[in-house]
Design a protein around this ligand. Structure first.
Ligand code: KIV
Ligand code: ZN
Length: 517
């Protein structure tokens, strides 16, 4: 018998983007959206259209490009938000499948209604119904979420869900906004809602869990066992605070424990690791090595007993195959002798379209420089290269012109840097605890940003000592947090690029509204 399919609703580009410093540019969002389509997610929540003109444009462009996944925009239950969302998803409504969705929400817990919204229950229900009706003017595919459902009263949830279903909502999402639940009661809550809400069989029930107690995936799966048929999740579990439920863990749990779930998804699991790497490269959020499925150690057997077992019979210690989730899929693609056409073709296969010949030429020049330093160029290298090119195209207030670092045993590391600020060059030098520290201090003597360094991390993009180092620098200033990224085979250069990228973001001051505020 054909198994029922779970709808995978990916919100990396919306809830994931709400992680501190993870805000993405339009081009970055488009690259991730293309990869999510390749991965096979059913719904891509591309952003929150009312948040900023940039987010609106990104959703609109994604809605135009993506044909095999539904493209969705979030909207608070206000007329302006819903209409902005409706306009943003309009291009998706021109496709044959009319695959555009509006996702509207309002808080339903007493604590949110009284203290945040300052609205009565009646007003909240009225607003929710109105929002669904506004949304239906743009699409038949309307999702309603009861924010903070985990702390909402069951009778009120039943009342509001009944009302929005009557108004025409087609998906009902039950979020654990604050990551408060634990699996058994969460599964039970879903089961009770489906049993008690009138016409519950006319809609798809969905779950959306945050990971504050480390149980987002377990809670989502419990909701599935309670009858949910859509799961909202993000790549690498990216998301506010402790993040959202991680897509890769949910998909692989459903697949690996098919004996328990008896359900399927339409995810091409071999695309999981490439998607994880792309999201990590673009957001600057590294994946911890021991992260399930996508961590570098997820399939590494260290102990002798395990290695012996795996060699004799793989399934003694492996419940999944590394290649089934895309490990080892990083193709050796290009080398020093590859030409412009091969370069362009491979980028296209990776879902990267460079709009102008100038951009292609500049990126190709970077590729040639890299190929001189590194004999084998992998897909991950190409992603980092393109990210670097977009960064320098978009936000170059500060630009690295020259860097010299001396790191000699027994001597204090020293850096000399020339920067250009809006085209005007200046030079500074500094000692430091190490070459990176010296370089950052030299930059600060010129820039005097007043920003606080919150995080500095280096990851190698591929293996080998000639690999590119990918550096993330997180700076905070006046309550704003930004992540900067840089990649280079020289990690001091990569670090300086990342630092300048973060400074450029602080400089650009582009702000987005937050949906929950
Ligand atoms: O966590 C949450 O409640 C949300 C809603 C907007 C669905 O992200
Ligand atoms: Zn959320």
């Amino acid at each position: 018998m054909k198994q029922e399919q779970i709808i995978i609703f990916d919100t990396t580009l919306r809830d994931g983007e709400q992680s501190p410093g993870a805000a993405m540019t339009k081009e970055e969002k488009i690259r991730i959206a293309r990869q999510l389509e390749k991965l096979g997610v059913n719904v891509i929540e591309a952003g929150f259209a009312a948040a900023s003109p940039g987010d609106f444009d990104a959703i609109q462009e994604i809605a135009r490009i993506i044909k095999n996944s539904t493209v969705c925009s979030l909207a608070r239950a206000s007329e302006n938000d819903v209409r902005r969302a409706g306009e943003a998803i309009q291009p998706a409504m021109m496709h044959d499948e009319k695959n555009g969705r509006i996702h509207t929400f309002i808080a339903t817990s007493k604590i949110h209604m009284e203290n945040k919204l300052r609205m009565t229950e009646d007003q909240v229900v009225e607003r929710a119904v109105q929002a669904v009706k506004w949304a239906l003017e743009y699409t038949d595919d309307v999702e309603f979420s009861a924010e903070d459902a985990v702390r909402s009263e069951m009778d009120f949830l039943i009342r509001i869900f009944d009302a929005v279903i009557k108004a025409g909502a087609t998906t009902i999402n039950v979020p654990d906004t604050v990551g408060y639940s634990i699996p058994a009661p969460w599964g039970e809550r879903m089961r009770e809602l489906i049993a008690r809400v009138p016409n519950s069989d006319k809609v798809v029930w969905s779950t959306h869990c945050h990971n504050d107690l480390g149980m987002a995936v377990a809670n989502s799966l419990a909701a599935v066992m309670g009858g949910a048929r859509q799961v909202e999740c993000t790549i690498n579990g990216l998301g506010e605070r402790a993040g959202n439920a991680s897509l890769e863990e949910i998909v692989m749990a459903i697949k690996t424990r098919n004996d328990v779930f008896n359900l399927t998804t339409r995810i091409d699991t071999t695309q999981i690791v490439p998607t994880s790497k792309l999201v990590s490269t673009i957001t600057g959020y590294p994946v911890q090595p021991n992260k399930a499925i996508v961590g570098a150690n997820a399939f590494a057997h260290e102990s002798g007993i395990h290695q012996d077992g795996v060699l004799k019979h793989r399934e003694t210690y492996e419940i999944m195959r590394a290649e089934d989730v895309g490990w080892g899929a990083n193709k050796l693609t290009l080398g020093k002798l590859s030409g412009r056409n091969a370069f362009r073709t491979r980028l296209k296969e990776l879902g990267i379209e460079l709009d102008t010949e100038d951009l292609l030429n500049a990126t190709f020049a970077r590729f040639k420089t890299l190929a001189d330093k590194k004999s084998e160029i992998f897909d991950e290298d190409l992603h980092a290269l393109v990210s670097d090119e977009f960064i320098s195209e978009a936000t170059e207030h500060f630009k690295l012109v020259y860097l010299q670092v001396a790191s000699i045993t027994g001597e204090v590391p020293h850096a000399i840097i020339t920067l250009s600020e809006n085209g005007v060059e200046s030079r500074a030098e500094s000692d430091g605890g190490g070459p990176v520290d010296a370089a950052f201090k030299a930059i600060e003597t010129m820039v005097q940003s007043g920003a606080e360094l919150q995080l500095y991390s280096v990851n190698n993009i591929t293996s080998g000592t000639d690999a590119q180092g990918e550096v993330t620098v997180r700076l905070s200033k006046g309550g704003r947090i930004v992540n900067g990224q840089g990649a280079d085979t020289d990690i001091v250069v990569a670090s300086v690029k990342a630092y300048l990228n973060a400074l450029n973001k602080i400089q650009s001051k582009s702000e987005r509204a937050h949906p929950q505020v």
